[in-house]
Design a protein around this ligand. Sequence first.
Ligand code: GLU
Length: 450
Amino acid sequence: MKGVDEKLAPMIAEVLSRNAGEGEFHQAVQEVLDSLTRVIAKRPDYLNDALLERICEPERQIIFRVPWIDDKGQVQVNRGFRVQFNSALGPYKGGIRFHPSVTLGTIKFLGFEQTFKNALTGMPIGGGKGGSDFNPRGRSNGEIMRFCQSFMTELHRHLGEYTDVPAGDIGVGGREIGYMFGQYKRLTNRYEAGVLTGKALVYGGSRARTEATGYGAVYFVERMLQSRGDSVEGKRVVVSGSGNVAIYTIEKIREFGGIVVACSDSNGFVVDEAGIDLDLVKDIKEVRRARIAEYAEIKKSARYVERGHGSIWDVPCQIAMPSATQNELTDKGARSLVANGVLVVGEGANMPSTPEAVRVFKEAGVLFAPGKAANAGGVATSALEMQQNASRDSWTFEQTETRLASIMRNIHDTCAQTAEEYGEPGDYVLGANIAGFVRVAEAMRALGVI
Ligand code: GLU
């Protein structure tokens, strides 16, 4: 094994130095390459033809200016990104994130993760990601629309249903997808429904796409527990976040008989021992676009803890589902969860646990589902949306959800079997990284030096 590490170490060093300062990208690459030690030991041919170096290098990176005019008539300027990471398995596919923290490194890490996640779904989709440092918080509907239109005015030339198919991510939901689709249609004079996913039902969206990431994460966790003769039923659950992923995670956990006692936003978290009232969260977040603090003002059974005055990971639970953002769950949080008896951690967000936190869970024997496997239900259902668009068809909710559930079962079983095959039963991180990698690597090899 040492020999392999020695061969991989300079490769990792090279990736780190040529992508200087992109910490999140380093973290994502490091984790995947660490897992590959075991693959290379069995299959040293994967070291040939700079295959690993090519996999770590995006096929194309687009950075552009996004000028727009705010409600006061002032000109604003933001930066737009699209990283087209890998198209060996299909058109680039992955969401767009609008958040002030977005940098090129953020989008690269997300695009890299997306490539393996998409491979795990078994659907014909490559990996990509986009976004902007635009902050949608407090912006009017008109400002959001003008921003989306300006963003798409540049991005449209790089997209296409056979080229690159974006969707939503943090800060980008159905409203933003609608504005971007409208501008794409106008600029290209083509009703190309399959160029974006996460569309509203009325113009080519898929049933169950809105729910898919959260539902899928819960299906994954349920399958994990089932494989150990247990289930979600009766379990106490903490879900961080209160956006699209968190909301539909809470919904499915409740359907499976679990009790969600806490959720959060970037300002703080709420604990409601009576069980989180999902209709209220939906009203606060999806309708009024307000802060989660309002939950505790309305619900007397709840308490609100402001950011900096406590951690959601100190709330005792058996299942934790980090569903907010990257690196939100550190080793401190992980130790607290373990001390309080957590059994399962299912990542709804992309890379929400730091590498140190993952180590804490591993050492404690906690069942850990990494985001690139557990949250793949969103993009998998995007691929189902593309399928419906290509055939000009529209499936029922039940039909779509049944497909989603079976995809999640397959992803779970693939990760579990791969981990076992490589001598680490129960290590879903290893299983996901290896299974995703092998699929991408095999396709790349079949296509020649690309
Ligand atoms: N942003 C989601 C993700 O992280 C969905 C991407 C998509 O549907 O293309 O997987």
